[in-house]
Design a protein around this ligand. Structure first.
Ligand SMILES: Cc1cc2nc3c(=O)[nH]c(=O)nc-3n(C[C@H](O)[C@H](O)[C@H](O)COP(=O)(O)OP(=O)(O)OC[C@H]3O[C@@H](n4cnc5c(N)ncnc54)[C@H](O)[C@@H]3O)c2cc1C
Length: 409
C-alpha cells in the first residue's frame, strides 16, 4: 500500500538550503517534510571547508556572486545577512574563527553546523526522510480550497511508494557538482517541467587541466604553491596557486575558473604587488655579481624559478645579473608579472565546488524565491543561477535563499 503524507511544505533536498528553509518554515508553525534522496542529510556541509565548513563570509555582498542578474541576490542577502547565521551559530555555542578575507570556519568540525540545522529542524517538528527519491511532481487545482494550486509528489522509498500532497514545494536539490555528494539534475528537470528557463550550467570553482608543455611543467612542480594574481577577462584574484599533476589548482585558480571559458587565456602574475622589471633592474645595480636564480629565489620557490627561466623565458644558463642586457631583464620582468597560459579544460563536475548557471532568476521572485508563474513552487540554493566566489559565499546564499522561502511557504 502507498504511504500518503499530507504536509504544508515539501522540501526536495536536505542540504544547506533545504534544511534552512525547513527549520524556518516549521518555526512559523508550518508542517514540513524534507525529502532527501541520499542516505544522509547535508553531505556537502560535512565535506566543506576541508571538514571545518566555511559557513559564511563577513564581506558578503553582490560583487561576490555570479549570475545573469547581478542584482537578484541582494534582497535575500539583506533579509538574511551573515550576522543572522552567526547569531544562530552562537546560540548553539559552536566555536568558530575568522580566517583571512572575512571567512568564518568552525573550530571543531563541519558536523557542528549539520547537527545545529538538524536539531533546529527536529525541535520544530520537521519530518526528515532520507533514501526517498522523487519520481514525479504534478500540480492540480484544489477545488475544496478556493481553487488554489496544490502539488502531488510521488516518491520511491526502500519500503515502497510514498505520495506527498502539499501546498508548497521547495526545490533545494543542489546542482551537478560532485555527484558522489548528491549532485543531481532533478531540480532542473522540475524547473523545465513547469516552464522555467535554465541558464546554461558549467562547473565553477574548479581546478584547471593542462596538456602538452604546460602539463609537463605543472607535473614537475606538483605540490609547489605560491601567492599569485590570476586574471581572466576583467576579473583578478590574488591568492595561492598550487601546481598539480594534472594542471593548476589552489584558491586563485578556483576563483578565476568561474570566469574562464574554454580557449581563453589566463594571466598569472607570479610576483603580485611587485614590478618584476624594476626588481630585476634595481637588483642588477645593487647586486651585479649575484646570479639570476639566487636573486629570484628571494621572491619565488627555487624549483619554479629554475623551470620558469628555462622553459618559459628561454634562459637555460644561470648568468650573473650584470651579464644580462636591460632589455632582456625587462622582458623577463614582464613575463613574471604576466605569464599567459591556456588551460586545456577544467576538471569538470567531478571536483567542481559549484555549478554556475541554473534556474533563471528572471523566473523567480527575488524576495521569496517563488516561481513567478507557478504559485507554490520555490527554488533555493545552488539550483538557482546564483553562484558565489570561494570563501563562504555559497553557503551564505544557501542560508539566505532558504530562509526567504521558509518565511513565506
Ligand atoms: C567539496 C566541497 C566543499 C565546499 N566547501 C564550501 C565552503 O566551505 N563554503 C561554502 O560557502 N561553500 C562550499 N561549497 C559549496 C556548497 O557546499 C554549496 O554551495 C551548498 O551546499 C549548496 O547548498 P544546496 O542546499 O543548494 O545544495 P546541497 O548542499 O548540495 O544539497 C542538495 C541536497 O539535495 C539532495 N538531492 C539531490 N537531488 C535530489 C532529489 N532529486 N531528491 C531529493 N534530494 C535530492 C542531495 O543529496 C543533497 O543532500 C563546497 C562544495 C563542495 C563540493
Amino acid at each position: 500500500m502507498d504511504e500518503v503524507i499530507s504536509v504544508d511544505v515539501a522540501i526536495l533536498g536536505g542540504g544547506a538550503a533545504g534544511l534552512m528553509c525547513a527549520m524556518t518554515a516549521a518555526s512559523r508553525g508550518r508542517s514540513v517534510l524534507v525529502v532527501e534522496r541520499s542516505n544522509k542529510l547535508g553531505k556537502k556541509i560535512l565535506m566543506s571547508g576541508g571538514g571545518r565548513c566555511n559557513f559564511t563570509n563577513l564581506t558578503t555582498d553582490p560583487e561576490h556572486y555570479l549570475s545573469d542578474n547581478a542584482h537578484f541576490c541582494i534582497s535575500a542577502l539583506r533579509r538574511y545577512p551573515p550576522t543572522s547565521f552567526i547569531e544562530l551559530v552562537e546560540a548553539h555555542k559552536i566555536p568558530f574563527e575568522e580566517r583571512k578575507h572575512g571567512q568564518l570556519f568552525c573550530v571543531r568540525s563541519a558536523s557542528d553546523i549539520l547537527a545545529m540545522l538538524s536539531e533546529e529542524c527536529r525541535d520544530h517538528g520537521v519530518k526528515l526522510r532520507t533514501r526517498i527519491e522523487p519520481q514525479s511532481l504534478t500540480s492540480y487545482d484544489d477545488q475544496g480550497g478556493e481553487g488554489r494550486t496544490r502539488y502531488q509528489l510521488c516518491c520511491q522509498s526502500p519500503d515502497g511508494r510514498v505520495i506527498v500532497r502539499t501546498e508548497s514545494v521547495v526545490v533545494a536539490t543542489g546542482a551537478l557538482s560532485i555527484p558522489t555528494l548528491g549532485g543531481s539534475d532533478q531540480g532542473y528537470q522540475f524547473a523545465e517541467q513547469f516552464g522555467l528557463t535554465l541558464v546554461p550550467r558549467l562547473p565553477g570553482l574548479v581546478p584547471f587541466m593542462a596538456t602538452g608543455q604546460l602539463k609537463a611543467f605543472c607535473e614537475q612542480l606538483s605540490g609547489v604553491s605560491l601567492p599569485v594574481t590570476a586574471s581572466c577577462r576583467d576579473q583578478s584574484f590574488t591568492e595561492d596557486l598550487l601546481f598539480t599533476h594534472r594542471g593548476l589548482s589552489g584558491p586563485s585558480i578556483l576563483q578565476i575558473s568561474s570566469y574562464w571559458s574554454p580557449g581563453e587565456t589566463v594571466v598569472l602574475d607570479l610576483l603580485p604587488g611587485h614590478s618584476a622589471k624594476e626588481l630585476l633592474l634595481e637588483g642588477k645595480k645593487s647586486h651585479p655579481s649575484q646570479n639570476l636564480l639566487s636573486f629570484l629565489n628571494a621572491y619565488l620557490p627555487r624549483s619554479l624559478v629554475a623551470l620558469f627561466l628555462r622553459e618559459t623565458a628561454g634562459i637555460a644558463s644561470n648568468p650573473r645579473l650584470a651579464e644580462i642586457r636591460n632589455a632582456k631583464l625587462a622582458l623577463l620582468g614582464d613575463l613574471l608579472n604576466g605569464w599567459q597560459l591556456k588551460p586545456a579544460a577544467t576538471e569538470g563536475y567531478r571536483t567542481a565546488e559549484v555549478t554556475l548557471g541554473g534556474v533563471s532568476t528572471d523566473d523567480l521572485n527575488s524576495k521569496t524565491m517563488e516561481a513567478r508563474r507557478q504559485p507554490g513552487l520555490f527554488f533555493v540554493g545552488e539550483v538557482v543561477d546564483v553562484s558565489g566566489h570561494l570563501g563562504g559565499y555559497n553557503f551564505q546564499w544557501a542560508w539566505a535563499s532558504g530562509f526567504c522561502a521558509g518565511q513565506v511557504v
